[in-house]
Design a protein around this ligand. Structure first.
Ligand code: ADP
Ligand code: MG
Length: 250
């Protein structure tokens, strides 16, 4: 579904991603862990063109989504193609960024309404199903400010799913939440994983990674230092950097 080949990303002189190679297959739930500043968010952002890579190749569903020899190299793919490939990816951020002036239902309907040429009733029915899936059907007419952080994040997940993505990217979806609200968001993510959604999840929630993660990736200073199945990484890390990181967060 996704492949990164020798991906580098710099911001000016700061090299943030260094030779990232990663392949994510259909149905995999890949959890990404690592210290703050290690490049986790940048890696996700490079997948959906929120950032351009400096060099390397990005594939989405076997098609080249970004390819560069160096930062002077122009984009060879058409904007249309980029947009089409990026709609295969849904993204959920730490901050939910719901539209405050739209109701919950309108928030979930807005992207397909603008982008897709489906009829309103169809879009609405899909949105209602998604709100049901995240357990918020009864909140459809509320405004975001009336919801808890956990509820807002669940709306954000429904909103991302409304575009029918094939892959979901989560960037620390629970780290801005009060501890008692984390569980309800993880439950929704588990449900998605069990439905077979392909997911890349930046998270330090070990319980989630152990229970639903098919693979854990540890990043440090812009590199993938170690990867493996969750049990091996958490219980038996090989690299010293992984060991010392885990010691800090556990
Ligand atoms: P993480 O998500 O692992 O905490 P990030 O990918 O957010 O790490 O950031 C990696 C590094 O890149 C950090 O040093 C950060 O300051 C830097 N960085 C991220 N985005 C930008 C940007 N738009 N401009 C300049 N530096 C950035
Ligand atoms: Mg980050």
């Amino acid at each position: 579904m996704i492949k990164l080949e020798h991906v580098y990303k710099s911001f000016g002189k700061l090299e943030v991603l260094k030779d990232i190679n990663l392949e994510v297959k259909q149905g995999e739930v890949v959890c990404v862990i690592g210290p703050s500043g290690s490049g986790k968010s940048t890696m996700l952002r490079c997948l959906n063109h929120l950032e351009r890579i400096t060099s390397g190749k990005v594939y989405i569903e076997n098609e080249i989504a970004d390819e560069r020899l160096n930062d002077k190299d122009v984009l060879k793919i058409s904007q249309e193609k980029v947009q089409q490939l990026c709609t295969e990816l849904g993204m959920v951020f730490q901050r939910f960024n719901l539209f405050p002036h739209l109701t919950v239902l309108e928030n979930v309907m807005i992207a397909p309404k603008i982008v897709r040429k489906q009829n309103q009733e169809e879009i609405k029915s899909i949105a209602l199903d998604l709100l049901d899936m995240v357990g918020l059907a009864d909140k459809k007419d509320e405004y975001p400010s009336r919801l808890s952080g956990g509820q807002q994040q669940r709306v954000a997940i429904a909103r991302a799913l409304a575009m029918r993505p094939k892959i979901m990217l989560f960037d620390e979806p629970t780290s801005a939440l009060d501890p008692e609200l984390v569980g309800e968001v993880l439950e929704v993510m588990k449900k998605l994983a069990h439905e077979g959604m392909t997911m890349i999840v930046v998270t330090h929630e070990m319980g989630f990674a152990k229970e639903v993660g098919t693979r854990v990736i540890f990043m440090d200073e812009g590199r993938i230092i170690e990867e493996g199945n969750p049990k091996d990484i958490f219980d038996n890390p090989k690299e010293d950097r992984t060991k010392s990181f885990l010691k800090k967060i556990l």
